[in-house]
Design a protein around this ligand. Structure first.
Ligand SMILES: *Cc1c(COP(=O)(O)O)cnc(C)c1O
Length: 457
């Protein structure tokens, strides 16, 4: 066999993969949602030993599908509410396949202009649709965790620079301390991002009954020292939004950098009926969101947005003699932690190009409508209490007794038709429903309510 002989043909292998993919996707609405096989079973089915020599790649694809599919979680089901993770639009998946086939390194715009051009349009359209400053830097990162990292990192370095400390040159030790303040119900990913950045633990201020930051307490915590304030657009349990206008004004008066974690909540700004939730948020300094959640693109696609591109570039920009720097200051790698990466902005463009402004609003409104319908019908079931104000896409329910609530989540899952997770919120066991999938329609809501009814004690 020649060196390349075992590689197989693109056409044949992609046709094989396409057949299996379409089968997986079209079977989704009927499929039981929980994974039906274990890791050990998948290891056995794949074969545990590294093969001694080349294998037929057609057989490798076939084995992969056969071994793995039984162990997949049907998280693209319209009745999957386990996390805010969404599904994939057909067009975003199609675009993603092309991204894989094109295999461009999206780090540099002059040498690979095709995908860079698509991502630039996607970025411009996003800022427009979300009502964010047109000149902001948009970085395509793996997810909101890294988008939080970018926002907090740009803020850290800008605040240190203002205090006369060049972190890029001097590092952090010996420099002024940067405080960071967040609400008690911030998402864990901002803590991780802060840890990567050497910022340590957050100074927490309280949250109200919907998990929103207590603005008066925030006011009391602020002083003139270098400070990052991290706000939240979309609480995981309630869907609640911090009072952006009030919190940002206060924080800016104290000279703080304001970052908004809006992994799924930022998209409310694209809906004329829900945009009031984000009112004032465009005044922040940085924002994090996910296309792989609300926008229903495949993983992995987060968006790191920084109002002043120079701040993002000061923290993440790099140059090297072998990189073509023809248009320095505008290469995509200068706004994100990664250098080489896939052109993950292309599926974002494809969804926006397909939906248009009104379609994007309808997507977000549809998720909210489904959450309201779910809350209304679940709340009418005997013994079920809806604990949150359903302002967005999240619904938290509970039974009178914590153990019964936890058992309810397990029974819903075992039933296979719908999927939601047990959690704890405000001192109580809850079952949390996150409506994030474009395909969740009235039928899916009705079937989910039936499933919960069946699972009641
Ligand atoms: C999902 C989520 C994150 C983390 O996003 P990843 O894409 O998993 O990195 C951060 N904040 C909130 C509010 C989230 O819902």
């Amino acid at each position: 066999m020649t060196r390349t002989g075992a590689a197989g043909s693109y056409g044949e292998l992609l046709d094989l993969a396409r057949g299996h993919a379409v089968e997986w996707l079209t079977g989704m609405p009927e499929r039981p949602i929980p994974a039906g096989a274990t890791i050990a079973e998948v290891h056995d089915a794949l074969g545990r030993a590294l093969p001694d020599g080349p294998q037929d790649p057609r057989e490798v694809v076939a084995r992969l599908v056969e071994a793995v599919e039984p162990a997949l979680l049907a998280s693209q089901s319209p009745r999957f509410f386990g996390w805010v993770i969404g599904g994939t639009y057909p067009v975003s998946l199609a675009a993603d396949w092309l991204v894989g086939a094109w295999d461009q390194n999206a780090a540099m715009r002059t040498t690979m202009p095709g995908t860079a051009a698509v991502e630039e349009l996607a970025a411009t359209w996003l800022l427009d649709a979300l009502g964010l400053p047109a000149g902001a830097a948009v970085g395509f990162v793996t997810g909101a965790t890294m988008a939080n990292f970018v926002g907090l990192g740009a803020g850290r370095d800008r605040l240190l620079a203002r205090a006369g400390w060049d972190a890029a040159r001097l590092g952090l030790s010996g420099g002024p301390r940067v405080r960071w303040i967040a609400g008690a119900e911030r998402h864990a990913s901002v803590d991780i991002a802060a840890r990567y950045l050497g910022l340590g633990e957050a100074e927490l201020v309280g949250a109200d009954d919907q998990g929103r930051i207590d603005v008066a307490a925030l006011a009391g915590a602020l002083d003139e020292s270098p400070t990052i304030v991290c706000l939240q657009a979309g609480n995981l349990h309630s869907g609640g939004f911090d009072d952006m206008a009030a919190a940002i004004t206060l924080a800016h008066e104290a000279g703080a950098w304001v970052h908004v974690d809006g992994a799924f909540g930022l998209w409310a700004a694209a809906s004329p009926t829900l945009a009031r939730l984000t009112w004032g948020y465009a005044l922040a300094d940085s924002w994090a969101t996910d296309a792989h959640k609300t926008l229903n693109t495949p993983y992995d696609c987060g968006l790191a947005i920084v109002a002043d591109p120079a701040a993002a570039r000061a923290s993440f920009g790099a140059s090297a003699s072998y990189l073509p720097a023809a248009e320095s200051g505008r290469d995509p790698h200068e706004y994100v932690p990664e250098m080489s990466r896939r052109a993950r902005g292309v599926p974002v463009w494809a969804v926006l190009a397909t939906l248009g402004r009104s379609g994007l609003a309808a997507l977000v409104d549809g998720l909210h409508d489904a959450a309201v319908a779910l809350a209304t019908q679940l709340g009418a079931l005997p013994g079920v209490e809806v604990l949150n104000d359903v302002v967005y896409t999240q619904v938290c329910i509970a039974l009178a007794d914590d153990d019964a609530t936890t058992a309810l989540a397990a029974r819903i899952r075992d039933d296979g038709v719908a999927y939601a997770f047990a959690s704890r919120w405000r001192g109580r066991a809850v079952v949390r429903f996150s409506v994030s999938n474009w395909a969740t329609d009235e039928g899916a809501v009705d079937a989910t309510v039936d499933a919960v009814r069946r699972a009641l004690p």
